[in-house]
Design a protein around this ligand. Structure first.
Ligand code: NAD
Length: 383
């Protein structure tokens, strides 16, 4: 039987939405169910999760539910274990920097949810500390692995668009205020003092998506809003929501593509998916979502003529697009990136979704907030 290479992974913030469902259950435990991560030279990487959090009852319950035995509320004790090689952080953003500093000084490789830190200065410092300590590092960039966006990437790589002109992104849905229906997102997201705000949450995603698909972001102009100013928290108490819950932004990309992305937790969905990107190129266009991707080629582009006096006579522009076939099996995006990170740690495979990339994401969020505050376009020197 091929060798099993066990690797201890501290998973901090495992009681949270992302920590539990996407990272523990859908990634690390799913990897165990499939028999580990295959190594290029034979054998398998076998993740051994060590659950870390603040509430012992919740940790014990999660461990019991999944047949795990290792959990603790003492992060430093977990980091002192010689069998622990990787620290993973899915805590609220505000607690991340301090914990990652501890992990790096304990000599552990670090993988983390985005945003890497609350400020670009802090993110840069973490990148530098990790480099100096020689620990491998990575930041979650799950959207790159969504089926719809992988199909979009395939179209780009295949030259479908010709010269790409623009990208229009629409992200968002109605997040309930919490008064007559419970909010479906944690309340800290809506308080500035707790590290909330849609710009800090979503611009790191937009940065790596734009950078990998269309070109690095060179300039941003954003208008932000706090549309819903009062919300009700998990305990039923009313609070002032002072963090931005919508951002309307234009990104100028290297190579000339213009991307315009609306991000909002105060919008009702009239789209096929919760996020959609329309890409227009000289030879064709595409609309990609989480799962689907449809195209319209230059040769099948209809020729509408503007005449408000004429009805469209049953015609639907949406029906004149063609679905792109999967042609592949798409696994959970979080899991795919975990597998790549573990191969990076154990087998030294290349992995470019690192702290440097995570830092660029935080820098874009900061620039977006500054643009909104100062009412002007901000240039980024992301070289
Ligand atoms: N990649 C993505 O698509 C994606 C999506 C949502 C959130 N995130 C990121 O994941 C991280 C966690 O977000 P989440 O939605 O899972 O949040 P959550 O509130 O569900 O979980 C937060 C976790 O941090 C812990 N925590 C520590 N200190 C806390 C405090 N003072 N208040 C509240 N919780 C505290 C909680 O116990 C919990 O385990 C954030 O950094 C967020 O930006 C990423």
């Amino acid at each position: 039987m091929a060798a099993r290479r066990s690797i201890g992974i501290v998973i901090n913030g495992v009681t949270g939405r992302m920590g539990y469902r996407q990272h523990l259950v859908r990634s690390l435990l799913a990897i165990r169910e499939q028999g580990g991560v295959a190594l290029p030279g034979g054998g398998h990487i076998w993740p051994e999760p060590i659950l870390v959090g603040r509430d012992p009852d919740k940790l014990a319950a999660i461990a019991a539910r999944h047949g795990l035995t290792e959990w603790t509320t003492d992060l430093d004790a977990a980091l002192a274990r010689p069998d622990v090689e990787v620290y993973f952080d899915a805590q609220v953003t505000q607690r991340r920097e301090k914990a990652i500093r501890h992990a790096i000084s304990a000599g552990k490789h670090v993988y983390t949810e985005k945003p890497l830190a609350e400020s670009s200065a802090a993110a840069e410092e973490l990148a530098e500390l990790a480099r100096a300590a020689g620990v491998r590092n990575g930041v979650v960039q799950d959207k790159l692995f969504l089926p719809g966006l992988r199909k979009l990437k395939r179209l780009i790589d295949g030259g479908f668009f010709g010269r790409i002109l623009s990208v229009r992104g629409e992200f968002g849905y109605w997040v309930f205020e919490g008064d007559w229906q419970a909010a479906q997102r944690p309340s800290w997201n809506y308080r500035l003092a707790d590290g909330g705000g849609i710009v800090m949450d979503m611009f790191p995603h937009w940065n790596y998506l734009l950078e990998e698909l269309f070109g690095a972001v060179r300039g941003v102009q954003a208008t932000i809003a706090t549309h819903i100013e009062t919300r009700v928290d998990e305990r039923g108490d009313e609070y002032t929501a002072d963090a931005d819950d919508a951002a309307y932004a234009i990104f100028e990309l290297e190579g000339g593509v213009i991307a315009q992305i609306n991000s909002s937790w105060a919008v009702r969905v009239n789209r096929d998916e919760l996020v959609e990107f329309q890409v227009d190129g000289v030879l064709g266009s595409a609309v990609a979502g989480l799962r689907g991707c449809k195209i319209q080629h230059r040769a099948t582009t209809p020729k509408p003529v503007w005449n408000p006096d004429l009805p469209l006579s049953g015609r639907s522009f949406r029906d004149e697009w063609t679905e792109v076939p999967d042609n592949d099996e798409f696994d959970n995006g979080f899991k795919v990136q975990w597998e790549a990170f573990l191969r990076h740690v154990v087998a030294g495979e290349a992995f470019h979704w690192d702290f440097a990339s995570g830092t660029r994401g935080v820098r874009l969020a900061e620039a977006g907030l500054r643009s909104a505050r100062e009412g002007r376009r901000i240039e980024l020197g992301n070289a």
